[in-house]
Design a protein around this ligand. Structure first.
Ligand code: GDP
Length: 271
């Protein structure tokens, strides 16, 4: 009896693409380069910085740490801001090539946590006001808003601090409507419209304001946000020129910090 002819074995074709990476892939590779730089308990401990600095702000629990970790595709990057005693610090991250970073992310303390005493709230306000109104290198604000709740009064107050610099275009604004996976399509569209209505009040000819639905769970909006942030980075030549200046400024800030300044807005002390 003759054996049936062996069935030809079809090899799965190689799926690896050889063409150039898409803008989204490039932006995600860039945001993946985020690494912890330093933490500052006071504004004056922040290193002088000549790079575009992007502040991440939002109410506690709005999804800020998750958004930062998702953009960076790293589980623990924004973990420091959750460490007890560190929740009121400003944590800084570098982006871009190691030898010539081209952007700085500043993870600002979450606000509006119900258990925080009134005195601590006032301190928070002072810190935010100082940082958002006068930090010279601030060139962008990413505000996390829970898509199910929209802008609260506190979120609007924060926007008011930075509104004058947004109006002139000096500071760009990107609002992430977080946890968008919890909304259906219709609710998502409504959340976007509501947010746009609030943001329209800040709009001027020079302002650069964006808003997007964002979900760390199903990754919607993630690549778009990475692309926007990458477009705010310093051009390569500028970053290269600034690298030495920023390195020296950072070392100086580290020395100042080592002198052990008191922490005026620590979690525990009361007025
Ligand atoms: P933060 O206080 O603003 O840093 O908020 P977290 O990043 O710690 O998130 C607060 C809670 O919301 C956590 O339980 C997260 O797991 C959850 N969360 C954050 N992002 C998302 C998201 O995109 N989808 C869903 N379903 N939950 C999220």
């Amino acid at each position: 009896m003759s054996q049936p002819a062996p069935r030809p074995v079809h090899k799965t074709p190689q799926t690896r693409r050889t063409g150039p990476a898409t803008p989204a892939e490039l932006a995600l590779a860039w945001s993946h380069s985020a690494r912890f730089l330093t933490t500052a308990a006071q504004i004056h401990q922040l290193p002088v910085n000549e790079l575009p600095e992007i502040a991440f702000v939002g109410r506690s629990n709005a999804g800020k740490s998750t958004a930062i970790n998702t953009l960076a595709q790293q589980r623990q990057l924004a973990y420091a801001s959750k460490t007890p005693g560190r929740t009121q610090h400003i944590n800084l991250f570098h982006l871009g090539p190691r030898e010539a970073p081209n952007q700085l992310w500043a993870d600002l303390p979450g606000y509006g946590y119900a258990a925080v005493a009134r005195a601590a709230k006032h301190r928070w306000q002072a810190v935010m006001t100082q940082y958002l109104e006068i930090r010279r290198s601030l060139s962008g604000v990413v505000q996390m808003i829970d898509s199910r709740h929209g802008f609260t009064e506190l979120d609007k107050q924060l926007l008011a601090f930075v509104a004058p610099r947004v109006a002139t275009g000096e500071v760009k604004l990107l609002v992430l409507l977080t946890k968008a996976d919890k909304l259906n399509r219709k609710e998502g569209a409504q959340a976007l419209r509501d947010a746009q209505e609030v943001l329209a009040e800040l709009s001027t000819d020079d302002a650069d304001i964006g808003v997007t639905l964002f979900s760390a769970l199903n990754k919607s909006g993630v690549a778009d946000v990475a692309e926007t942030l990458q477009s705010w980075a310093a051009p390569e030549e500028v970053a290269r020129q600034l690298a030495e200046v920023n390195r020296l400024a950072f070392e100086q800030a580290q020395e100042n910090q080592a002198l052990g300044m008191p922490e005026p807005w620590s979690d525990t002390d009361e007025d």
